[in-house]
Ligand binder design. Structure first.
Ligand SMILES: NC(=O)C1=CN([C@@H]2O[C@H](COP(=O)(O)OP(=O)(O)OC[C@H]3O[C@@H](n4cnc5c(N)ncnc54)[C@H](O)[C@@H]3O)[C@@H](O)[C@H]2O)C=CC1
Ligand SMILES: O=C([O-])CC(=O)C(=O)O
Length: 314
């Protein structure tokens, strides 16, 4: 890729999209194309962000646009367009309204960038990832949903606070759907290599699991309008970096499953190897009975919502 800096298209310049753009620019990961339907919004943000780059001394620049033509040939498309939930709503309450958007936007974006890797952020995450995979016509390796890095980060931050230790030493593992049935896995969560259940009693871990499952809603209840965006943007940037630099990272992401963990034709959070081509491998962890049951219950719930969405979309 000598002589050409990678380009990342972000669709949706709201809280998550604009924060992600800023992070990509500050990390100097890529040129950014930021697209939204609100006239002038992305042009204003782009001017502001390019002026910030002049202060930080980074090379990457950003283009703000309302035109899909500007996405031509981008290496990664990140889909953040869509409605966030309000207090009292579940992510699934966004199924119809965001399904219509994701269907339309994915087709327009992939027409312009047919070789891109597509990262979905819009909720309800796993169903939107499945929809984007379906309407894009892309091979399953090139469509991923961001949630597992975020949910694992939440679990890690709660463990760090509980134990009074640095979050840097914690490798948390949260799989399953990005919803109430997500599956934090204490046995696969380690503190500098030591499995969590060897350091904390289950009676202490259980509330941390509940808080992780409720992590998005907890923030929504404070913000009142809109949902989290700093950690979601940081998690998405991690995926962008892994793809652009072909890092072969082992990270959780929502991907299309064909028999792994006993699940088929569903997108759900599992550990993957992530590199330039997208999903290089789905990693199947050795799970004990109750862990596998929880994952399959979460998968069955996502499948129900995929079917429900089919009845809602024209
Ligand atoms: N996967 C995850 O872990 C997370 C997912 N989310 C989801 O991400 C989505 C975005 O969240 P926020 O940025 O906080 O919302 P926001 O309301 O701040 O921004 C959404 C943006 O999408 C734009 N938009 C709407 N229709 C569009 C279209 N047809 N084309 C282009 N842009 C369009 C809006 O103009 C707005 O700027 C929500 O669905 C939210 O639930 C948010 C956080 C974490
Ligand atoms: O809670 C929400 O609606 C946004 C989201 O997915 C998260 O922050 O985990």
């Amino acid at each position: 890729m000598v002589g050409r800096q990678a380009r990342v298209g972000i669709i949706g310049a709201g809280n998550v999209g604009s924060t992600l753009a800023r992070r990509i620019l500050e990390l100097d990961l890529a040129q950014v194309v930021l697209l939204d339907v609100i006239p002038g919004r992305t042009q204003g943000l782009a001017l502001d962000l390019n002026q910030a780059q002049a202060i930080s001394g980074n090379h990457s620049t950003i283009l703000g646009t309302e035109s899909y033509g500007d996405l031509a040939g981008v290496d990664i498309v990140v889909l953040t367009a869509g409605f966030p939930r309000k207090p009292g709503m579940s992510r699934e309450d966004l199924l119809k309204i965001n399904g219509q958007l994701v269907q339309e936007i994915t087709i327009k974006a992939i027409n312009q960038a047919p070789n891109a890797v597509l990262i979905v952020v819009t909720n309800p995450l796993d169903v939107m990832t499945h929809l984007a995979w379906q309407v894009s016509g892309l091979e399953k390796e090139r469509v991923l949903g961001m949630a597992g890095i975020l949910d694992s980060a939440r679990f890690a931050s709660f463990i760090a606070a509980e134990m009074g230790i640095s979050v840097r030493d914690i490798r948390a593992m949260v799989l399953g759907g990005h919803g109430d049935l997500m599956v934090p896995l204490p046995r696969h969560t380690t503190v500098n290599g030591i499995p969590l259940p060897e350091l904390l009693p289950l009676s202490v871990i259980a509330p941390l699991i509940d808080r992780t499952r409720n992590g998005g809603a907890e923030i929504v209840s404070f913000l009142k309008s809109g949902s989290a965006y700093y950690a979601p943007a940081a998690a998405t940037a991690e995926m962008v970096a892994a793809i652009l630099a072909d890092q072969h990272r082992i990270l959780p992401a929502s991907v299309y499953l064909e028999g792994e963990y006993g699940l088929t034709d569903v997108c759900m959070g599992v550990p993957i190897k992530l590199g330039a081509r997208g999903v290089e491998q789905v990693i199947e962890l050795p799970l004990i009975g109750e862990e596998l049951t929880a994952l399959q219950t979460s998968g069955a719930n996502i499948r129900d919502n995929i079917q429900l969405l089919k009845t809602m979309l024209v």
